[in-house]
Design a protein around this ligand. Structure first.
Ligand SMILES: [Zn+2]
Length: 120
């Protein structure tokens, strides 16, 4: 039996996760492509979870999105999908993914030592 191949297409800083019916995750704009994780970074970050989900495009899309987010926040760059203002009990007013509630005990920025910069 052949080993599963991830349905994440990675080319020079351009990650997409696709299904037969279409793309689940859009490529990053070229000015942000340096934040796209490599397959090696994804495998290292998610470990066994990564290996178990290689044939699950929805999970792969979320994994790529999360790692993009971590890399951007680490660099102090606000991911373009952070469009919702929330109040973090640790950081104050912050921009976050709209999936978070308006008041949170912790946010992605808590771990970053860089002040957030808007995307250029
Ligand atoms: Zn925070």
């Amino acid at each position: 039996m052949p080993s599963p191949t991830p349905r994440v297409h990675l080319s020079q800083g351009n990650s997409t996760a696709s299904t037969d019916s279409g793309f689940l995750l859009a490529p990053l704009p070229s000015n942000l492509s340096r934040f796209d994780p490599s397959l090696a970074e994804l495998a290292a970050h998610f470990g066994d979870e990564w290996n178990c989900n290689l044939e699950n495009p929805e999970w792969l899309a979320q994994a790529v999105k999360l790692l993009r987010e971590l890399k951007m926040v680490d660099a102090g760059v606000i991911p373009p999908w952070f469009r919702t203002q929330a109040y973090c009990e640790n950081c104050g007013e912050v921009l976050v993914d709209g999936a978070l509630p308006p008041r949170v005990a912790g946010c992605p920025w808590c771990k970053s030592d860089k002040p957030p910069r808007p995307v250029q």
